[in-house]
Design a protein around this ligand. Structure first.
Ligand code: AGP
Length: 372
């Protein structure tokens, strides 16, 4: 009913709008007054976490994209090797694990069969399993050694939005906490990122307040035959997520690429007028990545692409090559997906609506996939 949708036309719109609160609720009580993380709920003793020598993330769909971002965060802040794999592939290749492996299973519903079977396989091999889950008491957390709940509240729309942002928060918390208990050389950076995480709800709110031009752009692209998405570093999974949202909701051909892969094939797809969304890393931080992606934008634009550029405020280098510029607030490099994903959700939702699709219940999809 309209009341359940809180005055919005679709659950998806309501859930996109709820993201600042979802992020804030997922952080709540987990950052101590001393600026250190307290994740007592993890129930895996710090001693065990100190001995972990490999992390494996398993998840499906959007949760898998959160897992890809987790890998960057975990390897950077903890120096523990981390693999990430779609859950449906994991157990069939005889993966290598033992009691020093930490498996992280990410699932909004907690009922995804592929993810459940992957975690069962991991536990049989002696690995410790930590679930990141949005549904209290669901099967995946019940069968895991520990759980870190995301507090997005119920997500009704089939396309995951607020759950994804909270999965990112949970992944950052786990990565930072592992870094904190293990004491890496990134101690100062970890403390400052923990502080900046506290600012994420306000930044997401800020992005949501600037989405009108993104909606107008989406409506103008309703007849586009395809949309490509490019990103690098943590922007790569964001590009994949932007493409997945468009496939699910608008039933359009949409593909995400690592921008550096363009020249190895996908650049052949570029033709006059093709919309290409580019997620640009911060020019602060690793500026080499920024400069390389600016070259990519130039290259595709020279070949006729219509460039839709998502870039940090104050990044002037992209301005000459952006047909459409979407600004996001400056964040630490690894946290950028918390803000860069939001315009892509709005874009897909609006484009699907313009095409007349039912955004809450896309064809052929179920909210929770309980078959393998
Ligand atoms: C996201 O928009 C999708 N509907 C889908 O990819 C989903 O993220 C995936 O099926 C995993 O679901 P889960 O998080 O409930 O395990």
């Amino acid at each position: 009913s309209a009341a359940e949708k809180g005055g919005y036309d679709y659950f998806m719109l309501k859930e996109i709008a709820e993201q600042p609160k979802a992020v804030a609720d997922t952080l709540l009580g987990r950052i101590g007054t001393d600026g250190r993380l307290t994740l007592d709920e993890l129930r895996i003793p710090d001693q065990v976490l100190r001995e972990v020598d490999k992390v494996v993330v398993v998840a499906c769909g959007t949760a898998f994209h959160a897992g890809m971002i987790a890998k960057y965060a975990i390897e950077h802040w903890t120096r523990i090797p981390c693999e990430v794999e779609v859950a449906s592939e994991f157990r069939y290749r005889d993966p290598i694990m033992d009691d020093r492996t930490l498996v992280i299973a990410i699932s909004q519903s907690g009922e995804t069969m592929d993810t459940l079977m992957a975690l069962r396989h991991a536990r049989e091999q002696g690995a410790k399993v930590l679930a990141i889950c949005n549904t209290n008491g669901s099967t995946i957390p019940r069968e895991s050694d520990a759980v870190l709940y995301t507090h997005a509240g119920p997500e009704v729309a089939v396309a995951s939005t607020k759950a994804f942002l909270t999965q990112l928060v949970a992944c950052y918390l786990v990565a930072l906490y592992l870094g904190q208990v293990r004491g890496t050389k990134w101690g100062d950076e970890i403390s400052s990122v923990i502080r900046e995480l506290g600012d994420a709800p306000r930044q997401v709110e800020q992005v949501l307040g600037t989405m009108e031009p993104v909606r107008a752009l989406a409506r103008s692209l309703a007849d586009a035959p395809a949309v490509l998405f490019l990103g690098r570093h943590v922007g790569h999974p964001v590009a994949l997520e932007g493409a997945l949202k468009l496939k699910e909701l608008a039933y359009m051909h949409a593909e995400g690429f690592a921008a550096g892969e363009l020249k190895h094939g996908p650049i052949a797809l570029i033709e006059e007028g093709l919309p290409v969304v580019v997620v640009v890393p911060s020019p602060r931080g690793r500026s080499i990545l920024h400069d390389k992606i600016v070259s990519n934008i130039q290259e595709i634009r020279a070949r006729g692409a219509r460039t839709i550029v998502i870039a940090e405020e104050g990044d002037e280098a992209v301005v000459p090559y952006a047909d459409h510029l979407i600004r996001i607030p400056a964040t630490p490099t690894l946290l950028q997906p918390l803000v860069s994903t939001v315009p892509l959700q709005v874009f897909a939702c609006e484009l699907a609506t313009a095409k007349g699709h039912e955004v809450d219940q896309p064809r052929n999809l179920a909210k929770s996939v309980t078959v393998e």
